[in-house]
Design a protein around this ligand. Structure first.
Ligand code: GDP
Length: 534
């Protein structure tokens, strides 16, 4: 198959939702119906085992488990579908944002009883910044839920996307009769249970109205009316608007009952985009110029969007997850880490087939491959087979929570430094080194990150630490047009300056006014709330 056909048949998407909306269930059904797994309950079982333990143990397990389950590949209708899970904990971590930079579309799961919830809102914000196309699945129609019109209205209002219904529910809860498929003009009849395959559900053409009225009576009439209202209120389907993140196709169903799921799988193939071009910087005569890397470019390129310590704590190896942007990967090919110019020498290279990791035979743009290494790779690194380009767009967010690190046993300083450097490189936490000396500072977006890091420092690096609160509540990365201006600024705020893990200079703030005041005093200094990997 040509390179072009390989990239065209790929779909790489993230599944996003508020906890408990049914993301795990839906993931499992997608894997099941594509034939990627044989037994229902296996994704679920792993999730259940995570809940049985104490809070940080759960996180620890999740981290281990997620190596195997955060990326899943399946084959459906001759398409290669890469599904990326987003961490589901309420303490939103930066990991999630970065996963969203590695996909070409997203599948949003909404609990029909709860509508748009907090975490969904935040995730969608990130998707919208990147104009990521979103497919919507309204789940749990077998329950007493809200009026579908109401839900569409809320999605439109809260998430700022026009909804275009692709299926429409007949009844809900006890009276849930099924869904009307607007494309095929049929009604699929609901039955509860998790044994049924998609083709086992009965379908009745909508043209057979008499039969539908006889069987579903009042519910069917009401559904017809509300569907008409919904269609009247929504714009006509516009594929370009969907690709620009301005329209979302909406599907209804019940994941746990295998119902309405295949329609989503079809939509991923038929509607979701294949990998598109990605922005990068290219060095030309020592100047950086913007370059779009096309998926069909024959040269290998990809970006590390996640680094994870391997599951075996006795080995210091890590898996660098690379989202391929172009070319073809074949085993044994020579690859370079752009930041260092060094050859990448992985001990293994794996692909993620639902629950197994397997050696990669070949991979193409859109695929996620995992390089196991002993170091030398950082979050945001660009990997190529030669070209000196650097992908842009992997975000680091200014932390909002800060803690001071106090080492309990001062003899473990070396271990602590090594641990913090590596965890900082992984992006598990942001590490700031105050310029005037003193203890290191940890910065996080979610509280949970502190617990994970504290636990990992102890178990993986034998460095027992205590975390103490400190006065900082924010940070801004600092740049200036001239070194003199920067120097002046640094001299004015010596106690506030710190370097992060990538040696980028940051200004630590104690209140939102800090930045404003500093900006007024130094109008020429640039304060950045977000740092993109340079
Ligand atoms: P996640 O936290 O988003 O991954 O959600 P889960 O997939 O674990 O689902 C949360 C709960 O909702 C579980 O108890 C599921 O069995 C249940 N659930 C998922 N889908 C449905 C559905 O379609 N109908 C009903 N009634 N329950 C569901």
């Amino acid at each position: 198959m040509s390179l072009q056909s390989e990239t065209r048949r790929r779909r790489t998407f993230a599944i996003i939702s508020h906890p408990d909306a049914g993301k795990t269930t839906l993931t499992e059904k997608l894997l099941l119906f594509s034939g990627a797994i044989q037994i229902a309950g296996s994704v679920k079982a792993r999730k259940a085992s995570r809940h049985a333990t104490s809070d940080w143990m759960e996180i620890e397990k999740q981290r281990g488990i997620s190596v195997a389950s955060s990326v899943m590949q399946m084959l459906y209708r001759d398409h290669v579908i890469n599904l990326l899970d987003t961490p589901g904990h309420k303490d939103f971590s930066e990991d999630t944002y970065r996963v969203l930079t590695a996909v070409d579309s997203a599948l949003m799961v909404i609990d029909a009883a709860n509508g748009v919830e907090a975490q969904t809102r935040r995730l969608i914000e990130v998707c919208r910044q990147r104009d990521t196309p979103i497919i919507t699945f309204v789940n749990k129609m077998d329950r007493e839920v809200r009026d579908p019109l109401d839900i569409l209205d809320e999605v439109e209002r809260e998430l700022g996307m026009a909804c275009v219904p692709m299926t429409w529910p007949v009844g809900q809860g006890k009276t849930f009769g099924g869904i009307m498929n607007l494309r095929t003009q049929t009604m699929t009849v609901f039955e509860s249970g998790s044994e049924r395959l998609p083709q086992d559900f009965e379908t009745i053409p909508l043209s057979n109205r008499e039969e539908l009225l006889k069987r579903f009576g009042h519910e069917f009439e009401t559904a017809e009316q509300s569907m008409e209202l919904a269609i009247g209120a929504s714009p006509a389907w516009d594929h370009e608007a969907f690709l620009a993140g301005k329209q979302t196709p909406v599907f209804f169903g019940s994941g746990v009952n295998n119902f309405g799921v295949q329609e989503v799988l079809e939509a991923l193939v038929d509607l979701a985009p294949s990998p598109g071009p990605r922005m990068s910087h290219l060095a030309v005569n020592k100047q950086m110029v913007d370059k779009q890397v096309h998926p069909d470019d024959p040269n290998f390129s990809g970006v590390v969007f996640k680094v994870q310590a391997n599951m075996d704590p006795s080995h210091r190896d890590r898996i660098a997850f690379v989202r391929m942007a172009s070319g073809k990967y074949t085993p044994g090919m020579k690859l370079k880490v752009q930041r260092t110019g060094k050859e990448l020498r992985p001990t293994s290279v794996v692909t993620f087939l639902s629950q197994r990791r397997e050696a990669v035979d070949e991979a193409y743009a859109g695929d996620i491959i995992g390089f196991t290494t002993h170091g030398g790779v950082q979050l945001g690194d660009t990997i190529t087979d030669g070209a000196s380009l650097q992908f842009t767009g992997l975000p680091f967010f200014a932390p909002e929570l800060f803690m001071t690190v106090i080492l309990k046993n001062p003899l473990r300083t070396k271990q602590l430094q090594q641990g913090l450097a590596q965890l900082g490189e992984e992006g598990a936490i942001q590490v700031f080194k105050p310029q005037i000396g003193g203890p290191m500072l940890l910065g996080a977006v979610g509280q949970l990150q502190f617990e994970v890091v504290q636990h990992r420092l102890k178990t993986e690096y034998d460095a027992d630490i205590r975390l103490e609160g400190c006065q900082y509540t924010g940070a801004r990365w600092i740049t200036a047009d001239t070194p003199a201006e920067l120097r002046q600024f640094m001299d004015a705020y010596p106690q506030r300056m710190a370097l992060d893990a990538a040696n980028a200079l940051a200004f630590l703030c104690t209140s939102p006014y800090d930045v404003r005041l500093a900006q007024e005093r130094f109008p020429k200094i640039h304060f950045h709330p977000l740092r993109e990997h340079a």
